[in-house]
Design a protein around this ligand. Structure first.
Ligand code: BGC
Ligand code: BGC
Length: 717
């Protein structure tokens, strides 16, 4: 077996530097014209290409293996290429987008979805996925909120761990159906000002540590192999060149010794950011900050050699980076078998298998959040149904980051419903496009609806309207769709809105008009089937929001775990002027974090505390009885929050500390018991030390962050 240190010693400085470079497969294609033409502007030479350390994106087992074979033939020292790609919510079998997976509040399902994504991508020759994305988000204008699991540090951390377990399994080296995970985007990319992608991030170190960093740390604690930098600044310095962030915090404080990759082109972006005068300075800053591999720009390849020779960069930094890359290749077993799990035969058997489709259907159905229901759902047999809207027969239900998913393999809403209802669907009409409508389309919709007992109205955002660079300043549905509702409403028939989208929306103009509203996000390959499962009542909706739905974009950022202020708005002072409030809208979101309805109802009773004085070394047990008071079996997500009533630093009004998803039969009661310890009550004090305060706390248990009953206790230290 090759020893990585020995291998490093045999490498020339150039070979080392090129190892730090990641390119897309077209760079490695046979086409020489490519090398002298389009690639020349990047300063990429054939020598670089032949020695690059990694390939970004995937092309299927056949091509991947051919690329690896050709590369290895040219490689003087027999160093294999590392293949990385964005396998975010599935490879060929597309699961719902991450924000939807988050809404399941089901860590096992999240893990399972990642394990399937890992397997499907591993057999095509991918070694690393650029996931999980664990950026905490509070601004639904930002298009990438669909890649995250929402606004809560604790929940995001639990999901970060689940995704890492799913991708990497327990034994990454031995289990070839797993891929290495790369947590991103380090750090705080989700806090872009105004929700505009790539925009400035400015926050205190306390806020960073308290809210934004825990999920990255959780992923690393779970063994995540890699970290990706972020495009944004962190306290004035772009993350990709931020020594404090990556040397002091990530490497020294957290002890992370794995591989760190820049985001796409982020090394070069230090020039427009205005912290590097040229590519050489950008390269120097990135390597000094600890970026091992440069994605899609060639500043390392073009400048590191001269920087070393001029004594500006210590070759030790380069050696360290190369060694980390070699070690990951070694861990993945690439020196023994550079193809790892790549296999054309297994690709056929594994991709989009029946088992994977079934899992995608299950996750999708459990990710839907019932936001309103006035006895319109579930649909009843024999009801004549009109299916209307731009998503009635749309294949655009896979969502952003579904590069290898195929729309033609996705089950559209109409197909999913037709498979179950057949002749009960009496009319189908598009009604409008996503962002425009003709008079004829609107009339057709009214005519279609006139024949039916109930209207299923499939509305939403196209996948292009969210995802990377998918920021919107106005997060209402496009006017054309609101107009469509306006035309249908006067018919007086029940309207069931099925909403496809990648972010919390301002639902005004939709929610008041609808009799029922089911949020289905971008549900993935099995979308239509899963929606039918829920609309027909075979699956009782159990999704809960992990991000607040604002009353209006004017409130944003609006999130549940905010601070009280010195002049909090209360029911008693609502008519006074000098309190913290808006004159023209409420402070609270339209729909709070944790919210979601069911086809049954649940009641909470008898919240009891094992003690009202918690000694620092003991455990407080919080119990509650939850009863299914309706007529259908259903799942409830029981949520536990705490509040520190007087800290050294202001504390959130509520902080999620635990949750439990329970299945209850009609009439059934279960007792849920949560454990609370002193450790869970710690926070960053004025000196940034993590510790707790003795004194009064409130504990809350309930169905969401708004509707929760509280009990006091005291921490004694
Ligand atoms: C995105 C990353 C992604 C990378 C590679 C970038 O534009 O910000 O999330 O992993 O591209 O595709
Ligand atoms: C205002 C101050 C003002 C003070 C006395 C406060 O409510 O915030 O700006 O000086 O009242 O009128």
């Amino acid at each position: 077996m090759t020893n990585m240190n020995t291998l490093l010693e045999q490498m020339t400085l150039e070979e080392k530097i090129f190892q730090l470079m990641q390119l897309t497969p077209n760079f490695l294609s046979e086409d020489d014209a490519n090398l002298t033409g389009p690639l020349a502007w990047m300063g990429v030479t054939e020598n670089m290409v032949n020695n690059a350390g990694s390939v970004l994106s995937a092309v299927g087992a056949k091509e991947t293996m051919a690329l690896q074979k050709k590369y290895m033939e040219n490689s003087r020292l027999g160093i294999p290429l590392l293949f990385m790609a964005d396998i975010i919510h599935g490879y060929r079998t597309i699961f719902p987008v991450t924000l939807a997976i988050g809404s399941t509040w089901d860590l096992e399902l999240a893990e399972k979805s990642a394990a399937i994504a890992a397997k499907e991508s591993a057999v095509t020759g991918i070694h690393v996925t650029f996931a999980p994305m664990v950026d905490l988000v509070r601004d639904p204008r930002w298009g990438r909120v669909m890649e995250s699991t929402g606004e809560d540090p604790y929940l995001n951390s639990e999901y970060a761990r689940a995704f890492v377990r799913g991708f990497q399994g327990e034994d990454l080296a031995g289990d070839l159906d797993r891929v290495a995970a790369c947590v991103k985007h380090f750090a705080a990319y989700g806090a872009a000002e105004g929700g505009r992608d790539y925009n400035t991030v400015n926050m205190s170190e306390r806020q960073l540590r308290e809210s934004y960093l825990p999920a990255y740390k959780a992923a690393l604690d779970e063994g995540c192999e890699m970290v990706m930098t972020a495009f944004n600044t962190v306290d004035g310095i772009p993350a990709t060149g931020n020594k404090w962030l990556m040397r002091n915090l990530l490497r020294d404080e957290w002890g992370f010794d794995g591989m760190l990759i820049s985001d796409w082109g982020a090394v070069g972006e230090m020039i427009p950011h205005g912290v590097a005068a040229d590519g050489a300075e950008a390269a120097q800053k990135a390597i000094e900050a600890g970026v091992d591999m440069e994605m899609m720009t060639s500043h390392y390849a073009n400048h590191l050699k001269e920087l070393v020779e001029a004594g500006k960069v210590d070759v030790k930094l380069i050696d360290e980076s190369v060694l980390r890359i070699l070690k990951l290749k070694e861990k993945l077993g690439l020196f023994e078998n550079p193809y790892r799990a790549a296999s054309e035969e297994r690709e056929k058997e594994v991709l989009l298998s029946g088992e994977h489709r079934a899992a995608a259907r299950e996750v999708a159905a459990k990710s839907f959040v019932l936001l309103k229901n006035e006895q319109a759902l579930p649909l009843r047999s024999g009801q004549k149904l009109a299916l209307i809207g731009p998503f009635a027969e749309s294949g655009d239900i896979l969502g952003p980051w579904s590069i290898w998913g195929k729309q033609e393999e996705a089950v559209q809403l109409h197909a999913g419903l037709a498979a179950r209802l057949g002749a009960d669907i009496v009319a189908v009409a598009k009604g409008c496009e996503i962002e425009s409508a003709t008079e004829e389309q609107l009339r057709e919709a009214v005519a279609a609806a006139s024949e039916a007992d109930v209207i299923v109205l499939a509305l939403g955002e196209s996948s292009e309207m969210s995802g990377e660079a998918g920021s919107r300043g106005d997060i209402r549905l496009p006017q054309a769709q609101l107009d469509l509702i306006g035309r249908l409403k006067p018919l007086g028939k029940p309207i069931v809105v099925v909403l496809f989208n990648g972010r919390p929306l301002d639902l005004h103009g939709v929610i008041e008009e609808a009799d029922a509203l089911l949020e289905v996000w971008f549900p993935g390959t099995e979308g239509g089937n899963a929606i039918a499962d829920v609309l027909l009542g075979d699956v009782n909706p159990s999704g809960r929001l992990t991000m607040s739905f604002p009353y209006s974009v004017g409130q944003v950022p609006v999130y549940y775990n905010n601070y009280n202020t010195g002049r909090p708005l209360t029911p008693q002072n609502a008519s006074e002027r000098y309190v913290s409030k808006y004159l023209d809208m409420p402070n609270t979101p339209l729909l709070p974090f944790g919210y979601g309805l069911s086809y049954t109802t649940f009641s909470y009773s008898g919240i009891s505390l094992s003690t009202d004085v918690l000694n620092a070394e003991d455990t407080l047990h919080v119990s509650v009885d939850v009863t299914n008071t309706g007529t259908a079996a259903g799942e409830e997500v029981v949520q536990l929050y705490v509040r520190d009533m007087a800290g050294e630093v202001v504390r959130p009004l509520k902080e999620l500390k635990g949750f439990r998803k329970l299945l209850l039969q009609p009439g059934e009661t279960k007792t849920v018991t949560f454990a609370v310890t002193e450790e869970q009550l710690r926070y960053y004090h004025a000196d940034l030390q993590l510790k707790s305060d003795a004194g009064e706390f409130q504990v809350f248990v309930g169905a969401n962050s708004r509707d929760a009953e509280s009990k006091p206790f005291r921490l004694v230290k």
